[in-house]
Design a protein around this ligand. Sequence first.
Ligand SMILES: Cc1ncc(COP(=O)(O)O)c(C=O)c1O
Length: 389
Amino acid sequence: MFDDSTVNVGVLKERAYNLRWATVPEGVIPLTAADPDFPSAPEIAESLTKFIKDRYLCYGPPDGLPQFKESVSQFFRQKRNVPANPAYTMPVDSAAFGIYVICKAFLGKGDEAIIFNPVDFLFKYSVETVGAIAIPYSIPSGKESVDFTEIEALITPKTKMICLCNPLNPTGKVFSAEELNVLGTIAVKHNLIILSDEIWSDIVFQPFCYTSIASLDEAIRQQTIIVTGYSKSYGLAGLRIGSILAFNQAHFDKVFQASLHQSTVHGANVLGQIAVTTALNECGYWLEGFISHLQKMRDLCVAELSSSKGVSIIPPQGCYVAFADITGTGKTSAEIHAYLLETAKVAIVPGLPQWFGSEAEGYIRLSFATSNEILSNALYHIKTALNNL
Ligand SMILES: Cc1ncc(COP(=O)(O)O)c(C=O)c1O
C-alpha cells in the first residue's frame, strides 16, 4: 500500500496544490504542505462512487449526516476515551475552518487567546481574523517536558481561550497526560475555553501515546471544544472536511451558530462526510499501514538530516514533519529555503514568522509523507547541497 510504486507523481502534478506538486517547477520535489503523496484508501473511493451513482446530491442536514455524527463520536468514545455525543458533534468544511468557527464563537474584539510558539499559522490567523489578540507561549523544539503553570503569567482579564495543538505542528511534540492535566486545570480555574486541535492525533510514533485533553476529567472536558480533520490521516484534504465536538448544549449552540450552517451560507458537503464515515468505520488497517511506513520515513529523515552539515534535528514524537535546526549553516531559514530550491531542487517550508511564529527562525520544516524513493532522493540532494555550502 505504501510502496514506491503507489505514488503517482503524474496525477499529483495535476491535482496537488497548496505549495505542492502542481505548484512547483518541473524537477522539484515538494516536501512542503503536510498531506500524503499516497492515494487514499480504496474503500473511500468505493463508497463515494456508490453514493454518486444514485445521482442524488441533495442538501444534507446543517448539523451533519447522522452516520457522520455517529462515526465521529464513536471514534472519540472508542479510540480517545472521550465520551462524545453525536448531538454535540458537527462537520465543518475543514479543520482550518473549524479553528476559525471556534474563535468566532468564543472570542470577541480585543479578547486574548494564548497560542503556542512555534505553531501552525492557522491559530494566529483565526484569532486575529475575529478581532482578538494572539498571545504567544513559547514551547521551543526539543523541550522535554512543558510546565504549563508558566502560562498563568500570560493570563489577563481579557484572556478567553488557550489554543492547544497536540501533537504540535511543527515541532512534533506529543503532550503527556500530566502536562495536559496542568493545562486543563488552569483553564478550569480561569474559565478559559480550550480549543483542542487534534488533527495530528493519529500520527504518533512509538513509544509515545496520544492523550486527548477532553479525556482527562469532566471539569476539563466542559472547557474544551475539539476540532479535528482528515487531511493528514486519510489524505482527504481536497474534500475540505473536518469535525467539531462540544461537550454541552450551550457550547454546541454557539459553535453551530458561528458556523452559519443553519442559513446554508456555509456547510460541510455530503461527499466529505461520506468519505470520513467510511474512513473511520473501515480504513483503520490503512491508517496502521500508513503510520508504520511513516515511522520508517521519520527515521530516514532524522538520520540523513542529522548527518548533513550545519543541521541538527530532534526526532518528532508525532506529525509527519521534520523540524530541522539549520543555525549551524550560518544562513537564515529563508536563505536555506532558496538555496535548497535552487541547488537541491527540493522545496521545504522555511521557519518564517508567517508560517509558524517568531520562534521558528533558524529552522526548516520538511514533510516526510511520501515514498521511500522520493524521500531518499530528496534527502540525498539536500545533504549534498548542504555539505557543499
Ligand atoms: C495543526 C493543524 N490544524 C489544522 C490544519 C488544517 O487541516 P485541514 O486540511 O482540515 O484544513 C493543519 C494543516 O496543516 C494543521 O497542521
